[in-house]
Design a protein around this ligand. Structure first.
Ligand code: NAD
Ligand code: TYD
Length: 344
C-alpha cells in the first residue's frame, strides 16, 4: 500500500479521512479523486493542501477514462471509495444521480480495480442497507439487506457489486458500513448541521413526523478511524459495521443542540414526515472492535465540538447556503413548513 486513490475525498467523511491519513502516513501518497458535486468542497481539504503527499484530481467515478487516467498517472495500488450521492431527501426528489454514482460508479471503479490489479479496495457503505431495525435488535454484517429509500437501495447495489468482484475475481475488497455521522465540514442539509446553522439564525427547525425516530450517532473522526482500521486490518471479502454505539431519538438530539446553542424550543416545527422514513437504525460492531478499533469521543463531547465548530466557522457554511442550496431548501421544506403554519 503506497499510492491511495481516495474517491469522494472532498466530501464530509472522505475529507476527514484524508486529513487523518495525510498526517498519519507521510509515506503514503494520498490522491483525492472527486467530481466536486454540490457536496464536494475544496475548503474541506485546505488543512492539507500544501502537504507533499497530497494531490487532488477532479473526476467522476462513473467516467471510465477519468478513473483509468488517475490510476495510471499516480500508480495507484489502493482505492478507498467514499464517493456517493448521500442525502436521503434528495434521493426521493431526484434519484437518477444516486444510481449513476452509487451503483454504476462503483461498478466502474471495481472494473478498473480488477483490470489494474489494485491490491486493496475499501468501499464505504452505510447502516441504511439493513433497513428499518425493529425492537432491540442490532444489525450484524451477515444480515440480509432491506433498503427502503432510493439512497439506501443504491448503496446496497454498490455494496453487493463489491462482494461480487471479490467472489468472482478475487479482488481484495473490504466494506465498512457506518452509522449516522456528524462533525465539522458536514454539508448543512443533514439533520445536525442544518439544525445548528438554522438555529443560529433563529429560523424554524423542521422535525419530521413525531421526532421519535432512532439513529446511532457517530463522530466523524471515529468513523474515519474505523475506515482506517478496516483498510489496514480487515479480512479480504469481509464487511465491518462502524457504529456510534449511541442510539438516540431525534427529538432528544435536537433538544440537546438547542441547549448547547442557548436557543428556545419554540424554533421547532413538527412537519409532515419523510416518505418511507425508517424508524430505527442500530448496528452491532463487535467485529470492528475485534480489529482494535474503539470510539474515542463521547456523544456529549462530540456534539459540543461540532456546535463550536459551526459557530467558529461561519465563513465555511454561509457561502454554501446560497444558489442551488436555497432551491433545494425550498423544494424540500416550503410546503412542509407551510403545513406546519410557517409562512415563507
Ligand atoms: P458527502 O455528500 O459529504 O460527500 C460525497 C463526496 O463524493 C463529495 O465530495 C462529492 O463531490 C463526491 N462525489 C459524489 N459523486 C461522485 C462521483 N460520481 N465521482 C466522484 N466523486 C463524487 O458524503 P459523506 O457524508 O462524506 O459520505 C461519504 C460516504 O460515506 C458515502 O459513501 C456515504 O454513503 C457514506 N456514509 C455516510 C454517512 C453519513 O452519515 N454522512 C453514514 C454512513 C455512510
Ligand atoms: P439525516 O441527517 O438526513 O440522515 P439519515 O436520513 O441518513 O438518517 O436525518 C437524520 C434524522 O433526522 C432522520 O430520522 C430524519 C430526521 N430529519 C428531520 O427530522 N428533519 C430534517 O430536516 C432532516 C434533514 C432530517
Amino acid at each position: 500500500m503506497r499510492n491511495i486513490l481516495v474517491t469522494g475525498g472532498a466530501g464530509f467523511i472522505g475529507s476527514a479521512y484524508v486529513r487523518l491519513a495525510v498526517e498519519k502516513y507521510p509515506f503514503y501518497n494520498i490522491v483525492v479523486f472527486d467530481k466536486l458535486t454540490y457536496a464536494g468542497n475544496l475548503d474541506n481539504l485546505l488543512p492539507v493542501k500544501d502537504r507533499p503527499n497530497y494531490r487532488f484530481v477532479q473526476g467522476d467515478i462513473a467516467d471510465r477514462e477519468a478513473v483509468r487516467g488517475a490510476i495510471e498517472e499516480y500508480g495507484i495500488d489502493t482505492i478507498v471509495n467514499f464517493a456517493a450521492e448521500t442525502h436521503v431527501d434528495r434521493s426521493i426528489l431526484d434519484p437518477d444521480a444516486f444510481i449513476i454514482s452509487n451503483v454504476v460508479g462503483v461498478h466502474i471503479l471495481l472494473e478498473a480495480a480488477h483490470r489494474h490489479k489494485i491490491e486493496r479496495f475499501l468501499h464505504v457503505s452505510t447502516d441504511e442497507v439493513y433497513g428499518d431495525i425493529e425492537g432491540n435488535y442490532f444489525s450484524k454484517e451477515s444480515d440480509p439487506f432491506a433498503p427502503n429509500s432510493p439512497y439506501a437501495a443504491s448503496k446496497a447495489g454498490g455494496d453487493l457489486m463489491v462482494r461480487a468482484y471479490h467472489v468472482t475475481h478475487g479482488l481484495n475488497t473490504v466494506i465498512t458500513r457506518g452509522s449516522n455521522t456528524f462533525g465539522p465540514y458536514q454539508y448543512p442539509e443533514k439533520l445536525l448541521p442544518l439544525f445548528i446553522t438554522e438555529a443560529m439564525d433563529d429560523r424554524p427547525l423542521p422535525v419530521y413526523g413525531d421526532g421519535m425516530q432512532v439513529r446511532d450517532w457517530l463522530y466523524v473522526d471515529d468513523h474515519a478511524m474505523g475506515v482506517d482500521a478496516v483498510l489496514h486490518n480487515g479480512e479480504p471479502g469481509e464487511a465491518y459495521n462502524v457504529a456510534g454505539e449511541n442510539l438516540q431519538h431525534n427529538i432528544d438530539v435536537i433538544r440537546r443542540l438547542l441547549t448547547l446553542l442557548g436557543k428556545p424550543e419554540s424554533l421547532l416545527r413538527f412537519v409532515p414526515d419523510r416518505e418511507g422514513h425508517d424508524r430505527r437504525y442500530a448496528m452491532d460492531c463487535a467485529k470492528l472492535r475485534a480489529l482494535g478499533w474503539q470510539r474515542q469521543y463521547t456523544f456529549d463531547d462530540a456534539l459540543a465540538r461540532t456546535v463550536d465548530w459551526y459557530k467558529q466557522n461561519e465563513w465555511w457554511w454561509r457561502k454554501i447556503k446560497t444558489g442551488e442550496y436555497l432551491d433545494y431548501y425550498r423544494r424540500q421544506y416550503a410546503a412542509r413548513l407551510a403545513a406546519a403554519g410557517v409562512s415563507s
